[in-house]
Design a protein around this ligand. Structure first.
Ligand SMILES: Cc1ncc(COP(=O)(O)O)c(C=O)c1O
Length: 437
């Protein structure tokens, strides 16, 4: 941390000013970390620069958004073209149909509606599930994050047992129809399903990516789908993160067809666009006088055009293969380092993303995750940062690779990781779990 402080004097000065205007000096809680957040001024390719002029190789990529890399030339050109024909038209934008068709065929859904953020899309999806099934309860999993709307803002990162709202201001009433289940635990899920006949749906991150990256137990997933058919509730894949990471997202990867999927982040190449997609009979409940779905900025021309370009020409199967190959090198590199340095480290990877856990056991749920050694993680994180690599967003995030990253970037990452892991082995910070979020 001393090294971080020594390198980031201007970030500190900005923070001192910013905190008078923005709570904690930031526009999203997830951007704050101790002793003060990093203020960035620009990015290009795989690099970003902070206000002190420090250069970083960026593996956070806007929390998994920029698989196309920073300031991608093709996207810059498309934005210029799009904006010259207006940034918002109010009425439906003609090209939204083309984007809908691309998404339908790539993600195997019958119909889509566009929103702007993952938060909005998951919020709408649970209403749609209730409207379709005429039931009320939604099951979510502990440690999974679906954005910052009240009904799912529960047991995201709890520090005690029971139902724990993830924010002040979230009332018991708004959580009264939310049921929390342990991830990867079919027995627990089945028990919940059997305890109520009012379940409208289950929402999940098909690969959990907000408690590091936790591998999904395929048998568990299979069981969830079987139970949903047997008991008549909907499956909702929140693919805000996973959707852009494999060619057809997690539903394609696991070869399942959820009733609804949510896409966001990477699918619009760095612009705000999210998608609610699903089976025709379910999506058909949306409409005037039926189920609400709206948004002034929905399918705005810039986001739509950039998304078409991203999905058709940039995040092709070939480029996804490329970014996955880089991610595999990171995975191998970390595993080799763990062995060479004789350190308890578990490395998980799914597609272009992965995580390191300071533990002798690969976590399979949230409780496992919080028993990993967060103090060592913290030493590793600051050490990486002060050596010019943003390894991932926060301790509960994961790395993502982009088409702009090179093998050399991976090599540098691993060189810095060696030093950081050595340090973490020797030295823990005194970070408390409560302070980690
Ligand atoms: C799985 C998942 N769902 C939803 C969201 C919320 O998306 P947004 O920040 O675009 O509202 C996130 C954000 O990180 C996420 O990881």
């Amino acid at each position: 941390m001393e090294n971080y402080i020594a390198k980031t004097a201007k970030s500190k000065i900005l923070y001192e000013e910013a905190k008078n205007h923005l709570p904690y000096g930031v526009s999203s809680n997830y951007r704050y970390f101790d002793p003060y957040p990093l203020y960035l001024s620009r990015g290009k390719g795989s690099r970003v620069w902070d206000v002190d002029g420090n250069e970083y190789i960026d593996f956070n990529l806007g929390f998994g958004v920029l698989e196309v890399g920073h300031a991608n030339e093709k996207i810059i050109e498309e934005v210029k073209n799009a904006i010259s024909e207006s940034s918002i038209l109010g009425f439906e934008y003609s090209k939204s149909i083309e984007l809908a068709k691309i998404i339908k065929s790539r993600f195997n859904v019958d119909m889509v509606r566009f929103s702007s953020t993952g938060t909005e899309a998951t919020m709408h999806s649970i209403r749609i599930a209730r409207a379709y099934t005429r039931k009320k309860k939604i099951i979510k999993f502990e440690g999974h994050y679906h954005g910052s709307h009240d009904q799912l803002l529960v047991n995201v990162n709890p520090l005690r047992d029971g139902i724990v709202p993830a924010s002040l201001g979230v009332t018991e009433e708004s959580l009264s129809n939310t049921i929390v289940c342990e991830w990867n635990n079919l027995e627990n899920f089945e028990k919940i399903v059997k305890s109520s006949n009012d379940i409208a749906g289950v929402i999940m991150e098909p690969v959990a990516m907000n408690m590091g990256l936790i591998p999904t137990n395929v048998e568990f997933l299979k069981g969830v789908f079987e139970l949903s058919k047997e008991y008549g509730f909907l499956t909702i894949f929140d693919e805000t993160k996973t959707g852009g990471k494999m060619y057809s997202g997690a539903s394609g990867y696991f070869n399942v067809r959820p009733d609804l999927i949510i896409l966001g982040k990477a699918v619009a190449g760095g612009f705000p666009l999210s998608v609610i997609g699903g089976k025709r009979e379910v999506m058909s409940v949306i409409g005037p006088g039926k189920t609400a779905h709206g948004g002034t900025f929905n399918s705005n021309p810039i986001s739509v055009r950039v998304s078409i370009l991203t999905l058709k020409e940039i995040l092709t199967q070939n480029s996804i293969n490329y970014i996955i190959s880089l991610s595999k090198e990171l995975e191998k590199g970390y595993n080799d380092l763990a062995e060479d340095l004789d350190i308890d480290l578990k490395v998980s990877r799914w597609g272009p993303s992965g995580s390191v856990f300071f533990s002798d056991k690969m976590p399979s749920n949230y409780k496992d995750f919080i028993s990993t050694d967060i103090q060592r993680w913290n030493t590793y994180f600051y050490s990486m940062l002060s050596q010019g690599v943003i390894p991932m967003g926060g301790f509960n995030e994961e790395w993502t690779t982009s088409i702009a990253h090179t093998k050399e970037d991976i090599q540098i990452h691993l060189e810095k990781a060696e030093k950081s892991l050595r340090l973490a082995k020797e030295k823990k910070t005194d970070l408390k779990l409560e302070e980690a979020w």
